[in-house]
Design a binder for this molecule. Structure first.
Ligand code: HEM
Length: 448
């Protein structure tokens, strides 16, 4: 018999929060109760202080949950820039005695490449826009439609692997490999390297899974370990950039080796290209995986919705947006700071505070959305959610991610019927700041 999903309140080290004092979004087990915590924060503390966790030990972090507050912050990058330690800092307990702010860890070569390419190619908002428009939009932004055929093929091949079985472990056999295959194709990495690339992708996001607290600190040992794993990735990407500079193919890396960056009227260096590739690979994998895995759960919980979409595939794009809104893969990021004293919802937030933007909570803000916990395919302003952020620094890969999700559900709904939870699901999530379901056994029938 099909399993039903119940809240994970009995699982993991943390109990479900009941009062504001219980709310902790970052300790082990917190991920099983995030949405209960958001209800409490919306009711009692939509601007929630985390003492001593700002840009320095004498400043604080603030969790923002209101749609209007986060929207205001992300649309004004000069007033709310990235935190001063815009490279990952060490936990205060690990900083040397007397250190005013942080100890800079050894950065991995990839982090360096990413920071260097950011500083040289887009040091200000004007160049940030130019960079996006010319270098990434044609591949992963509004121009992502060029990949439609490739993505459809990838989706169908994955489904072919298990459609005759009547059951699938959906995370490992669909949601995770799809974005990896897609990004490999976009960037121009060979298919036979898929396994290693997957392992590097996992290493890249380690900070957001195992990092401590809202600033995603890794311990010095973890930093070293990560740097070792990723050193090989760095060499690999350098090799590919050199090869493609010599013999360009039809892919994003080859194109980056040839293009003249109009805003600076020059070609890109290898290091700058590696920085872009690193960011694409970091941003483009697990996020889309989590989105698709969450959408599968929404459909298992709503068989009538499944039938409605199957009967009218034109509604799939509305479902994808509602899925992204209700189950944001990136739940929150501490990537902005205050440069002057501010006030949000009557709460004073001094200069030097770190703002943790809780996109997922803002997406169910009752002040913004009618019946926020319901999927409404006819909701007005379906794309107003904050899952990809907003404003000039918003996610550059939203175009290709949306396309992957839309094609995935178009093909899945056409080829499958009676999607339901299979046995042995615990519905547990990985720790960190991403909404990552670890495993998802599903059953289905093959469509006629
Ligand atoms: C469902 C999937 C995705 C989600 C939820 C997501 C979410 C986000 C969010 C919230 C940000 C921060 C924006 C801000 O600070 O204002 C971001 C940035 C970023 N994302 Fe995504 N993202 C997704 C898919 C992708 C894909 C497919 C790519 C690449 C192909 C990508 C590449 C990036 C990069 C490079 C950044 C850093 C900003 C920049 O360098 O311009 N993301 N994303």
């Amino acid at each position: 018999m099909a399993q039903t999903k119940t809240p994970n309140h009995a699982r993991g080290p943390m109990k479900c929060p009941v009062t504001l004092q219980d709310v902790d979004l970052f300790s082990p087990g917190a991920q099983e109760h995030w949405y209960e915590a958001y209800d409490i924060l919306h009711r009692e503390a939509p601007v929630h202080r985390i003492p001593g966790e700002g840009t320095s030990p004498d400043t604080d972090g603030f969790i923002l949950c209101k749609h209007e507050d986060i929207s205001r912050v992300v649309r004004d990058p000069s007033r709310f820039p990235p935190p001063k330690y815009d490279m990952p800092a060490m936990a205060p307990s690990q900083a040397p005695e007397g250190s005013p702010q942080k100890a800079a860890p050894e950065y991995t070569p990839q982090m360096n490449a990413m920071m260097i390419s950011m500083q040289s190619l887009r040091p200000n908002m004007e160049l940030w826009r130019a960079h996006r428009q010319q270098l990434t939009d044609p591949w992963v932004g509004p121009g992502a439609g060029r990949h439609e055929e490739m993505i459809t093929r990838a989706v169908d091949e994955l489904i072919d692997n298990w459609i005759d079985r009547g059951r699938v472990e959906f995370v490992e056999e669909f949601a995770a490999p799809l974005p990896q295959i897609v990004m490999n194709n976009v960037l121009g990495f060979p298919r036979e390297d898929m396994e290693r690339l997957r392992a590097w992708g996992v290493a890249q996001v380690k900070r957001y899974v195992y990092g401590q607290g809202h600033r995603n600190f890794l311990t010095p040992e973890e930093e070293v370990e990560q740097a070792e794993v990723l050193a090989a990735f760095s060499e690999y990407v350098q090799e590919k950039v050199s090869e493609k500079r010599q013999t360009p193919q039809d892919d994003m890396i080859s194109w980056l080796t040839q293009v003249t960056y109009e805003a600076l009227d020059r070609k890109l260096t290898d290091l700058e290209i590696i920085g872009i590739v690193y960011a694409m690979h970091l941003g483009g994998l697990e996020t889309t995986q989590y989105a698709i895995a969450e959408q599968a759960q929404l459909l298992c919980e709503g068989p009538a919705l499944f039938d409605e979409l199957k009967a009218d595939p034109g509604k799939i794009r509305f479902f994808v947006e509602e899925g992204l809104r209700m189950r944001a893969p990136t739940q929150g990021l501490s990537t902005r700071m205050t440069t002057q004293d501010e006030e949000f919802q009557g709460v004073k937030v001094p200069a030097g505070s770190i703002l943790h933007m809780r996109w997922a909570a803002a997406n169910i803000d009752p002040g913004e959305y009618e019946c926020p916990a319901e999927i409404k395919l006819d909701r007005k302003g379906l794309t107003r959610h904050l899952t990809f952020s907003q404003g000039p620094r918003s996610c550059p890969g939203s175009g290709i991610s949306r396309l992957e999700q839309n094609i995935a559900w178009t093909r899945l709904l056409e080829r499958l019927d009676k999607l339901a939870y299979g046995p042995d699901n615990t519905f547990e999530h990985q720790p960190g700041i991403m909404l990552g379901t670890l495993k998802l056994n599903l059953t289905f029938e093959k469509s006629d």
